[in-house]
Ligand binder design. Structure first.
Ligand SMILES: [Zn+2]
Length: 381
């Protein structure tokens, strides 16, 4: 039984490892970085007559190509990240794309190589017909799963001539997602004074100071929970890592923690920092504990339901007989990052987030085919 073109492309993509090292150094360079997949896409897009180029560092490239339609009503950028999460403890061969029971298995099959496969298959079908009504920028961006270096660099590159809007393909089961939270990571460091543990009063215990901060952070989390957003629920805070001290018989001079703060639309770095500083003051440790790092890893997404980009997606979905109801995502994406750079964005792609990042990652073949039809409808209507 033959499969659609998009599925043969998806198999090719899955077979090209593009694991995001995510700050780790223990993953083989044989499978890390976007270069293999980006190079393949560049050649494939050039084969369609597009002037595709790589952008960014050689080992972490993005790929970008423009599709210009004469008399186009607008330009939409379709962004489909090139990287995947690592493959530790996967129960299938991550890079041997197998088809079974109407599904395609492999790392990235769902998140989010299926989106790119659908887009390239759609372009291959549309370009010879010259029926494009929208111009498109095809973006395969690097590093979505970690620091979004690809999306940020491309946003700068396009600053003078931004697209009217952006569609980021992520596994949303083909629902149009207009809202998601953002992610900030904070690192707090407590500094004390070391001494022999036989006389603790001679030192200052950094672990105790940071523990006071942790208990107060828990109260801050409860306060955040009392202020829900109408669509997204409430902001959250979770202390995920902690470390400190050198030995049981030394009063510790250093203790650190890292926490994840999920952001609602409108929350700024300044506000989040001020909130943490107040929390340290309330805990009585503001002289001992400092904010060593606060970074907004992903911005929240807050696209109005009546924005033209939402309607464009809804029209294309309606033409396929699929749900047009806007949705939210529980995860953060480059759509938030690009929206924060002034480009209205939505998230929409094949596959379910329940299958992304899993030990047996897969995508329903029928949905990848439907996504191809979606792109054809979007770009020709
Ligand atoms: Zn993704």
């Amino acid at each position: 039984m033959g499969h659609a073109t998009c599925i043969s492309y998806l198999r090719d993509y899955v077979a090209l490892p593009s694991v995001n090292p995510m700050g780790r150094s223990d993953i083989s360079p044989q499978i890390t970085g976007e270069a293999r997949y980006a190079g393949h896409l560049r050649e494939q897009l050039r084969g369609l007559g597009l002037d595709a180029e790589l952008a960014g560092p050689a080992d972490r490239p993005s790929v970008i190509a423009e599709v210009r339609a004469p008399g186009a009503r607008e330009t939409v950028m379709i962004a489909s990240h090139l990287d995947t999460v690592p493959v530790d403890s996967m129960e299938i061969d991550p890079f041997d794309p197998r088809i079974e029971g109407g599904r395609l298995y492999g790392r990235g099959s769902c998140d989010t190589k299926a989106g790119m496969a659908a887009l390239v298959a759609a372009l291959e079908r549309i370009l010879p017909t010259r029926k494009l009504t929208r111009s498109a920028i095809v973006l395969g961006e690097s590093d979505e799963e970690f620091g979004s270096i690809g999306a940020r660099a491309i946003a700068q590159q396009l600053a003078g001539r931004p697209p009217q809007w952006v569609l980021a393909t992520e596994p949303t089961s083909m629902r149009v997602v207009t809202h998601h939270k953002g992610i900030a990571i904070a690192e707090l460091v407590a500094r004390g004074r070391a001494c022999h543990s036989s006389d603790p009063s001679a030192g200052k215990n950094a672990i105790v100071a940071l523990s006071r901060a942790v208990l107060e952070l828990e109260k801050l989390g409860a306060e955040l929970a009392a202020r829900p957003h109408p669509l997204l629920g409430h902001a959250t805070l979770s202390v995920g890592q902690i470390g400190g001290g050198a030995a049981p018989n030394i009063v510790p001079e250093l203790c650190w923690l890292r926490m994840d703060r999920r952001l609602l639309p409108g929350e700024t770095p300044e506000q989040v920092r001020a909130q943490l500083e107040q929390t340290l003051a309330r805990a009585g440790v503001k002289d001992d504990v400092s904010i060593a790092r606060l970074s907004f890893e992903k911005d929240s997404l807050d696209t109005p339901h009546d924005h033209a980009c939402v309607r464009a997606c809804q029209d294309a979905l309606a033409s396929l007989g699929r749900s047009t109801e806007p949705d939210i995502a529980a995860f953060a994406t480059d759509a938030g990052v690009l929206a924060a750079q002034g480009m209205p964005s939505v998230v929409l792609g094949p596959g379910s987030i329940a299958q992304a990042h899993t030990a047996r990652e897969h995508v329903e073949i029928a949905e990848v085919e439907a996504m191809t039809e979606f792109f054809v409808a979007l770009l020709t209507s």
